[in-house]
Design a protein around this ligand. Structure first.
Ligand SMILES: [Zn+2]
Length: 101
């Protein structure tokens, strides 16, 4: 008879039974993220790593922000009135797996 050894539970070792949900962030290395749209309006951005190699950004007012144009700045003048209002964190607008959001 074969005895299956069970690893002792180690509270310091994190184990995941399911994928960790994407955590959104508003700063990178402590710098806030901004996005300037094609009308020259500066928005505040939030981002999330929805996949190990896929990062998405969106503005606090709900626009998709192109990854190529998101930049980091300290004390940038936010010209979008909606982005100037502090808002709670929202879920990423996209789901990499195509599951309903
Ligand atoms: Zn905005």
């Amino acid at each position: 008879m074969k005895i299956i050894e069970v690893e002792p539970y180690d509270p310091d070792k994190r184990t995941w039974s399911e994928p960790e949900p994407a955590t959104s962030f508003r700063t990178i290395d402590g710098m806030p993220m901004y996005w300037c749209d094609d009308r020259g309006v500066v928005h505040v951005c939030e981002g999330a790593d929805i996949h190990p190699d896929a990062r998405v950004y969106w503005t606090l007012c709900g626009k998709d922000a192109s990854n190529d144009w998101v930049y980091l700045a300290q004390d940038e003048a936010i010209t979008c009135p909606l982005c100037r209002e502090p808002r709670p964190y929202e879920k990423p607008p996209h789901d990499a797996c195509g599951a309903p959001v």
